[in-house]
Design a protein around this ligand. Structure first.
Ligand SMILES: [Zn+2]
Length: 295
């Protein structure tokens, strides 16, 4: 497949064994070739349409947080993610972080994957400083892929929240909805969080039913996309229309309905009243695939 989803393709060796080796990690933190990708809650620091990779040894004394190992790149260099919240980093003086969605539009595939990885990992750490079992402050282990509670011993792994997003089709028409906060005219695929005790296929059928009263059938997995806002994984599905007429039901959508292939094709060329989701979104990939005859 030539076209891949935005926010995939970081292509790093995530170095599962190495990150558990305290001696090697200390060497990598001190190595002059090691680099840090620096983010804040507001976004990622860029330079010349690429992540600004700051030498880790230039950050000694100015880091307010522990650098987290992302992995080893093609050149054998260690790449870290660093939360710069509250720190003044001389190498980035006068620079402003770029929000991840804007960054994705500027970066190539690999760098888009890299900033999504760093963003999702740091988002998790920002929100999980305390143990969810006993409330004690936790400490970072495995160079960022684990937090351990010193009080009760619980291990906490970075979590990813699964969201199903599905294109329900009925021969030449597709079911789309819009949320109240979206720009005028924009519609997209229906989507929702997977609930406990539920398969992805069950979540697809439930969400479509809850959001608009339509019965969908035969969910088929298409592709997935990390969505670091703050830590979702979008799981793209196609499904077949089975029964029912779409009506807004649960308050998440303010409109829902069928659009035919000609309307969607016009929207893809920015003609007509319908507006599609931005190209970085998996919903757009699903729609482009459907237009191209891929189901
Ligand atoms: Zn605990």
């Amino acid at each position: 497949m030539a076209e891949v989803n935005t926010f995939t393709g970081a292509g790093l060796d995530r170095a599962g064994a190495l990150r558990r080796d305290a001696g090697r990690m200390a060497e990598l933190r001190a190595a002059p070739e090691s680099r840090a990708l620096v983010t804040t809650d507001a976004g990622v620091y860029l330079r010349d349409a690429a992540p600004a990779l700051v030498p880790l040894d230039a950050l000694d004394g100015v880091m307010s947080a522990e650098p987290l190992l992302l992995g080893i790149d093609d050149e054998g260099r260690a790449l870290f993610a660093l939360d710069a919240e509250g720190a003044a980093i001389p190498a980035l003086a006068r620079a402003e972080p770029t929000p991840l969605r804007e960054a994705a539009a500027l970066l190539d595939q690999r760098d888009g994957g890299l900033v999504a990885y760093a963003g999702a990992l740091l988002n998790w750490h920002r929100r999980h400083r305390h143990c969810s079992v006993c409330g004690a402050p936790t400490r970072i282990e495995e160079a960022g892929l684990l937090r351990v509670c010193p009080a009760c011993g619980a291990h906490h792994h970075p979590r990813t929240d699964p969201v199903v997003i599905m294109l329900v089709t009925d021969s030449d028409r597709v079911l789309l909805g819009r949320q109240p906060s979206w720009p005028a005219g924009r519609y997209s695929a229906l989507a929702g969080f997977v609930e406990p005790g539920e398969s992805l296929e069950e979540a697809v059928i439930r969400e479509v039913r809850e959001e608009c009263g339509v019965e969908a059938a035969d969910p088929r997995y298409v592709s997935s996309q990390p969505w670091p806002f703050p830590s979702s994984l979008m799981l793209g599905f196609s499904a077949r229309y089975a029964a029912g007429e779409p009506v807004v039901r649960d308050g998440e959508l303010d409109a829902v309905g069928w659009f035919d292939r000609a309307e969607v094709a016009a929207a893809a060329e920015e003609r007509g009243p319908l507006r599609l989701p931005p190209r970085l979104a998996i919903a757009r990939r699903l729609l482009d695939g459907w237009l191209a005859g891929g189901g």
